[in-house]
Design a protein around this ligand. Structure first.
Ligand SMILES: [Zn+2]
Length: 139
């Protein structure tokens, strides 16, 4: 007997990014496809494996593993290795930081920064606002 492999269509979708959720806990509010905030303990959580990453009032990147890469490793020559010029940013001025979940190894974020620059903090949600919006109606 043949079964459809399409069978785990569950959960309530509210923002469209719930589709990739591996974690099914109502207190974890989705922020990005890989990141959520657990409002019960005010911690960043990996939505794929549930790992607690860092205090939700801090930069989430502080709870992730970082791999600093030379842009020339990623932006390879378009035509062939014999050509000196590429679209790669200058390695003297730019590094690519890759951030990974320490629990499951998912690549959560990347960013281009000058060498030695600390990770930027581009997501700092208002936890009270999130609580009002997402926990409203829960008893
Ligand atoms: Zn994870």
């Amino acid at each position: 007997m043949a079964h459809s492999e399409h069978g785990t269509n569950q959960g309530v979708q509210t923002d469209g990014i719930e589709a990739e959720v591996g974690l099914d806990e109502p207190a974890v509010v989705p922020i990005t496809p890989y990141l959520g905030i657990d409002l019960d303990v005010e911690q960043w959580r990996c939505r794929r494996c549930g790992e607690e990453l860092d205090d939700a009032t801090e930069n989430y990147k502080h709870g992730l593993l970082v791999n600093e890469r030379d842009p020339s490793e990623i932006h390879r020559p378009l035509i062939g290795d014999e050509y000196e010029y590429t679209y790669s940013p200058d390695s003297e001025w730019c590094r690519i930081l890759e951030y990974y979940c320490p629990g499951c190894g998912a690549q959560v974020e990347t960013e281009y920064l000058p060498p030695g620059h600390p990770p930027t903090n581009e997501i700092q949600p208002d936890l009270d606002w999130l609580r009002e919006r997402y926990m409203e109606g829960d008893t």
